[in-house]
Structure formats: structure tokens, C-alpha cells
Write a protein that binds this ligand. Structure first.
Ligand code: TYM
Length: 335
């Protein structure tokens, strides 16, 4: 079975973009693949954080992933900082990634823009992400469109390492959903839906009350026309609604376009609100049950970390050996 790895940061609230672009597909992947999913708490340290909030958010996101359908018996679910190999491999790979490459990352440019002080961690973020992926001999990385460039860089680093030191890492590929790889903000449909608090009305949270979900979608910005046509350039708001509809009904954008052809935008909004509320309802309900037992969560995460470590340790050792680091006891790549 192909190996799948993906991750989510425990910063801000999980939103509909995370759910459609990534999490809902992870739930499907766990039966077709040998799958690992990770709450990437070390990545959360790349912007200023509050310690108590980080702890709470880490549990919250892990609980939400299980509420969405990830089953620790069918996949490996763990917290990044519980597996020290992620940080260790990052140091090795830091010496293969270049300043120029990291400087070109659009997420780095966006997040550092206008900041008085930018941490080295934020700059190095993609190398930690490459380590996450490469440590598990990953074949596929299911992500939203905003992670495309980071997975490309991961491939480049893996190929460079293999070229220099011999076959070491599996070169992974990113996978994207057929619809919903880039869900846009409902109030500002030329910007992607995101965890930053800039647009509470334009961001549907997975744990929002169903009435709030419906209200946010019904107030979504569209345009002055009346034709429900998919054209992200000239009709970003309507196109986003069609994309949401297609993603949540498991259909194609063309089928959604046909369904709403000749109808008012109101009909499209009502339908999108309904499918969204129905998709999120079971997640919200299950979350309430699971959140009542944090000790059980901690127990499951400890088991996940053990499983992940047993897979990561031999890959790290392989990379160390191939790079010529002297192994304890004297073994090296050439012995
Ligand atoms: P994060 O936490 O920002 O987002 C988690 C996942 O949600 C996707 N996503 C979206 N998809 C569609 N529309 C949107 N508006 C939207 N917003 C977010 C993201 O693409 C992502 O798949 N760097 C990663 C976390 C990470 C990771 C990894 C992912 C760390 N290590 C290794 C894969 C493999 C991130 O910040 O995701």
C-alpha cells in the first residue's frame, strides 16, 4: 500500500478549507493507504505563541481529526514534537536546502511581509516540513493548493540528497482534491480561507454552530450578475460556492454548474449551506463526546507517537549513514 503522510498546524480554529482541502480526504485515505497524520506543533512555533493556548490547541486539533473520522486503529495519528526525529532530520536537511530556495517560498514572503522581526524558524519552516514527509518514506502528500510549493521543495531536497549520497529518500508527490483545493474566504473571495482572524464572517469554522454556518454562507459575497457560472477570474464568489458544492456533494464543478443554471444565487447559497451543515454536523457532535475524555486522547497520541517513531528511526539512521556520520559503535556508510 502506498504510504501517505500529511499534517495540520494547531494554530487558530480548524476551518472549512482545512476540512475540504485536507482532512476529509485523509479520512478516505486511511483505508486505501498506509497513512500517517500529524499535528505539527513545532510548526506552530514559527510565529509568536502562547504556551497554554498551544497545549490546548494541540489537543483540540487532534480531537477534531478523530471527530472527523481518523481512527487511530486504521492510521497513525500523532503529535510532531513527540517524535524527535523530525527536528533531528531538519538539521541534516538544512545543509542541503539553500537560502535562495527558502527565500522564494510564497508562504514565507506572505508571513514575513511587514513584520519587524522574523524568526529563523519561520524561514526554515519548509525544511521541517520536508523532514516530516521524508522521514516516513512517503509516496503521497494530500494537501490543499497552498502547500504545493512546499512539497515541490521537499522533492527537490530529496532528489538532491539521493543524487549526492545515493538512494536514501522516497521522492513524494502532492495530491489535491478534484474540487476544493483552494477554498476562498466568503467575504473576500479573492483571498483563501485561512486561520488568521482577519475575516471571521468569511471563514466557516468546523465547530461553528449550524445556524452560524448557514448564516455565513447565505451572506457570502457574490456579484451583481445572476448567472451561476464557474469563472474564478470574473466571478470569484460564485465560483467558490460552486466549488464548495461540488466538493461537499462529491460531484464535479460542471455538474454543480448545471444544477444551478438559470437559478438565482439564493438557491445556490441555500444548497451550499445545507450540504455544509450536514457535512459538519457529525464532526461537531463527535467532537463534544471525544473532548470529554482528554486522558484517552493523550493515551491514543502516545501510542501513535510510538508507532511513528518506530518508522522514523530507521529512515533517520539511513540518512545519517549515507551522509557519512559516524554511527555509534563505529559503523558508517562504507562499512
Ligand atoms: P495548515 O495547518 O495551514 O493547513 C492544513 C491543511 O489544510 C489545507 N488548507 C486548505 N485547503 C483548501 N482551501 C483552503 N483555504 C485551505 N487552507 C488550508 C492546507 O493546504 C493543508 O493541507 N505546512 C502545513 C502543515 C504541514 C504539512 C507537513 C502538511 C507541516 N508538515 C507535512 C503536509 C505534510 C500547513 O501549514 O497546513
Amino acid at each position: 500500500m502506498p504510504r501517505v503522510f500529511s499534517g495540520i498546524k494547531p494554530t487558530g480554529d480548524m476551518h472549512l478549507g482545512n476540512y475540504i482541502g485536507a482532512v476529509s480526504r485523509w479520512v478516505e485515505d486511511q483505508d486505501r493507504h498506509d497513512a500517517l497524520f500529524c499535528v505539527v506543533d513545532l510548526h506552530a512555533l514559527t510565529v509568536p505563541w502562547n504556551p497554554a493556548e498551544l497545549t490546548a490547541r494541540t489537543r483540540e486539533v487532534a480531537t477534531l481529526l478523530m471527530a472527523a473520522g481518523l481512527d487511530p486503529d486504521r492510521c497513525t495519528l500523532f503529535v510532531q514534537s513527540h517524535v524527535p526525529e523530525h527536528s533531528i532530520l531538519t538539521w541534516l536537511l538544512n545543509n542541503l536546502a539553500t537560502y535562495g530556495e527558502l527565500h522564494r517560498m510564497t508562504q514565507f514572503k506572505d508571513k514575513s511581509k511587514g513584520q519587524e522581526s522574523v524568526s529563523v524558524g519561520l524561514f526554515d519552516y519548509p525544511v521541517l516540513m520536508a523532514s516530516d514527509i521524508l522521514l516516513y518514506d512517503t509516496d503521497e502528500v494530500p494537501v490543499g493548493d497552498d502547500q504545493r510549493q512546499h512539497v515541490e521543495l521537499t522533492r527537490d531536497i530529496a532528489q538532491r540528497f539521493n543524487h549526492r549520497f545515493g538512494d536514501t529518500f522516497v521522492v513524494p508527490k502532492a495530491t489535491f482534491p478534484p474540487a476544493g483545493a483552494r477554498i476562498m474566504d466568503l467575504q473576500n473571495p479573492t483571498a483563501k480561507m485561512s486561520k488568521s482572524d482577519v475575516s471571521p464572517e468569511g471563514t466557516v469554522l468546523v465547530l461553528d454552530d449550524p445556524k452560524v454556518v448557514a448564516k455565513k454562507i447565505k451572506r457570502a459575497v457574490t456579484d451583481s450578475g445572476s448567472e451561476a457560472r464557474y469563472d474564478p477570474e470574473t466571478k470569484p464568489g460564485v465560483s467558490n460556492l460552486l466549488e464548495l458544492h461540488a466538493a461537499l456533494t462529491g460531484g464535479t464543478i460542471a455538474a454543480s454548474e448545471r444544477e444551478f443554471a438559470g437559478l438565482q444565487y439564493g438557491a445556490l447559497k441555500t444548497a451550499v449551506a445545507e450540504v455544509t451543515v450536514e457535512a459538519l454536523r457529525p464532526v461537531r457532535e463527535r467532537y463534544a463526546e471525544l473532548a470529554a475524555d482528554p486522558a484517552e486522547l493523550d493515551r491514543l497520541l502516545a501510542i501513535g507517537a510510538e508507532k511513528a517513531r518506530s518508522m522514523a528511526a530507521p529512515v533517520l539512521e539511513r540518512a545519517y549513514r549515507h551522509a557519512g556520520l559516524l554511527m555509534p559503535g563505529g559503523a558508517s556508510a562504507t562499512t
